[in-house]
Design a binder for this molecule. Structure first.
Ligand code: ADP
Length: 356
């Protein structure tokens, strides 16, 4: 998602906010792979989801049947790809990986379908971005394990039907609301992944510091967890930055003091807000006098793609109670003025939000 978001930023003539370790970074994918849990027992948090998946996996193994199609939704960096890659390992089967935007036409999807062995997993990231023609093409593949291929044109046109092995689609999406009803209905299991609490993120940070062979104090791990916006990928990125900082400034031991200095330098505040989040709030306060304002207007003013704001900025601001979504548009709350130490406008229609 982040990669596409950045491409769209360029389309908007953006790039005003350069990537920082808290945001998109070209090394993220590589880094994700190094730290990604490989078995279900190593997945931290999401307890209920993991318990339910464990049941489904046990039953699938006992019956020696392919797993039913599974849809995972939740904000970016929350563990959707992690679960999707852990599942085939637990089942001892293979996985093929693609994404909605990469599948521009049915012919792009066909090789994945014909290569899929019995019980194997086809992971489709950002499945809400599948073009309509590809979506239509995947319906019979998911339901009846067959595809209809159109051959020739005009009078010679004919359709052949081809049988497929019984395979499993695991779809991931940051926007389950954008999925069409028929596609959503083809998933037997649907799971929503939530933001993580600080203790869970602390466990992830401590474990990953160990993997990276860097010593970290419990307080420093707590501090990184607190500023990670409930998101493991952010926690990993902040840990990476704190580690670079500690290696550069001292002996590599990640202490609270070094962590605070490192995160201040990165402009990540005590809530975990980054420059882009604060720009969003400032735009809403400054240009739109606190709102309500439409997402496109805010995005246009900030020179950022609306998708980036909806996927990467707003979920956490909503969760913190710093903004509200109303039928008339987005509004900042009194808590946001408080957080940025600004005075709310005199009109007094600012919702309270949470205080910190
Ligand atoms: P998504 O697919 O939702 O964007 P990922 O699954 O790629 O997110 O997660 C990003 C990184 O965060 C992973 O590489 C992994 O290191 C870490 N991570 C995510 N979820 C967990 C988890 N439940 N336990 C431990 N680490 C996690």
């Amino acid at each position: 998602m982040a990669r596409d978001a950045i491409i769209q930023n360029d389309d908007f003539g953006g790039g005003e906010v350069p990537p920082s370790p808290g945001m998109f970074n070209p090394d993220d994918a590589q880094y994700d792979e190094t730290l990604r849990p490989t078995r279900l027992k190593d997945v931290v948090g999401q307890r209920r989801v993991v318990e339910r998946l464990q049941i489904v996996l046990d039953a699938t193994k006992k019956r020696a049947e392919p797993l039913g199609h599974l849809l995972l939704d939740g904000p970016p960096g929350i563990g959707k790809t992690t679960l999707a890659t852990v599942i085939p390992k637990e089942l001892g089967t293979e996985i093929q990986i693609t994404s909605g935007p990469a599948l521009t036409a049915p012919r792009d999807l066909l090789p994945y379908l014909t290569n899929a062995g019995r019980g194997s997993v086809l992971f489709i990231d950002e499945i809400h971005r599948l073009p309509a023609a590809v979506e239509e093409f995947i319906y019979p593949a998911m339901e009846d394990f067959r595809v209809d291929i159109a051959l020739g044109e005009g009078l010679n046109a004919r359709t052949i039907s081809m049988d497929l092995q019984r395979f499993t689609v695991i779809g991931a999406t940051t926007r389950s609301g954008m999925l069409t009803g028929p596609l959503r209905d083809r998933f037997v299991t649907r799971e929503h992944l939530e933001f993580y609490d600080d203790d869970e993120l602390e466990t992830i940070v401590t474990r990953n510091a160990n993997k990276l062979r860097n010593e970290i104090t419990p307080e420093a791990a707590k501090e990184i967890a607190r500023r990670s916006r409930g998101t493991p990928r952010k926690a990993n990125n902040l840990l990476r930055w704190a580690r670079d900082y500690a290696d550069s400034k001292s002996d590599g031991r990640i202490t609270t003091e070094l962590t605070n200095d490192a995160l201040t330098m990165l402009e990540v505040d005590h809530l975990g807000l980054e420059r882009q989040d604060r720009r969003y709030l400032e735009t809403l306060m400054g240009v739109f006098t606190g709102g309500p304002a439409g997402i496109n207007a805010i995005a246009h003013t900030m020179h950022v793609a609306p998708d980036t704001l909806e996927d990467e900025v707003e979920p956490f601001l909503l969760r913190c109670g710093l903004i509200q979504r109303t039928p008339r548009g987005r509004m900042v709350t009194a808590a946001a003025y408080d957080h940025l130490k600004r005075t709310p406008p005199a009109s007094g229609n600012t919702p309270p939000g949470e205080s910190f």
